[in-house]
Ligand binder design. Structure first.
Ligand code: TXA
Ligand code: MG
Length: 322
């Protein structure tokens, strides 16, 4: 059931979460499927509703740095303070060693916990009123594109769950997941905060991706098939490849996606512009049109956005799943 975000619905959402119910909430990245970190049954229901693999831990959402500190082991309090002060509220998730206040159910048995303070006034208020941190994965069926609108949540999960609707998500891609390992800040999952933004704010800390350091440090979730619409996605690196791909499937119905730079002279009917904030919405729109293929022309503008390209490559199945 989709309900607009109002003071009343925000209060009701918080009460339901306190009562161990599951509620879909808006964030600045994507919609989340939230439950209290203190309700084991609600956590189990989140995994069941999404069809989520049991080895994939949840991100815990807090409304203050103090609340995050209660969930982090004291050895990592400095890291939480430092990254939280620089980036929260905002689309950065910080993985730290957990305190005894975080259960195995949330972390899928890991000794670390992923923490984030979302930059969305509705959800910050829901967390404050609930009086407890909220575990919330993206509110899609496991493997599907993340929901950037309330309707996407209902399309995936049906109307059993209350969805607090605050309009389209601002970023449209999930948060960046990082962990401080030694002196390096390692990006476990690319996302709404770029490596360049991290470097410019954290001067003196080198920012690396998990692949550069050691694959074992990747977020468990990045090993599963992800972000994929029900329609095959084909990526083209330049216009010649694009023409070749289209010529190879003359009888199929195609949705072309490209950047704002490419659209003007593409002369392809019904092509749609994508950016990080609209790519998942466009995937779902193409599904509704029941086309046979999604063909993406990746020009320099798209190629220069690492998080967007990561989602496109993953959706196209070009990423090696381990
Ligand atoms: O923007 C977001 O992060 C959204 C909104 C709702 O906050 N949430 C989200 O959650 O994308 P989810 O569950 O779809 O993705 C969480 C990612 C997964 O790749 C998971 O493996 C990783 O975070 N993760 C969670 N806990 C972790 C941990 N302790 N160590 C390493 N990775 C972890
Ligand atoms: Mg997800």
């Amino acid at each position: 059931m989709i309900v607009p975000a109002t003071p009343d619905s925000i209060r009701i959402a918080a009460e339901q979460l306190r009562a161990c119910d599951v509620v879909a909430i808006p964030t600045e990245t994507v919609y989340g499927l939230a439950c209290s970190i203190e309700c084991q049954q609600a956590i189990a229901r989140v995994f069941a509703l999404k069809g989520r693999p049991a080895d994939n831990p949840l991100i815990v959402h807090v409304a203050s740095i103090e609340q995050a500190l209660e969930l982090a082991n004291a050895v990592d309090h400095d890291v939480v303070r430092r990254l939280g002060t620089a980036f929260w509220p905002g689309p950065l998730t910080v993985v730290v060693r957990r305190s005894a206040n975080v259960s195995d159910a949330v972390t899928a048995g890991l000794d670390t916990v992923a923490l984030r303070m979302p930059a969305h006034p509705v959800t910050l208020e829901i967390i404050r009123l609930a009086g407890v941190a909220l575990a919330a994965p993206s509110a899609n069926l496991s493997g599907r594109p993340s929901p950037t609108r309330a309707q996407h949540v209902e399309d995936d999960l049906g109307d059993a769950v209350m969805v607090v609707d605050a309009g389209p998500s601002q970023y449209g891609l999930e948060s960046t997941v990082v962990r401080l390992i030694g002196d390096d800040l390692v990006i476990l999952r690319q996302g709404a905060v770029s490596a360049a933004a991290l470097e410019s704010i954290l001067q003196g800390t080198s920012v690396r991706t998990a692949h550069e350091v050691d694959d074992r440090h990747r977020s468990p979730g990045t090993r599963h098939r992800h972000y994929a619409p029900r329609i095959p996605v084909m990526l083209c690196r330049d216009r010649d490849e694009f023409k070749g791909v289209l010529a190879s499937i003359p009888d199929l119905r195609v949705q072309v996606l490209c950047s704002l730079d490419a659209i003007a002279d593409l002369a392809y009917p019904d092509a749609r512009v994508i950016s990080a904030s609209t790519v998942f919405d466009e995937f779902r729109r193409a599904e509704a049109l029941q086309v046979d293929r999604i063909v993406v022309l990746c020009d320099d503008r798209l190629l220069s956005d690492a998080a967007l390209m990561n989602r496109l490559e993953t959706a196209a199945g070009n990423v090696d799943f381990k």
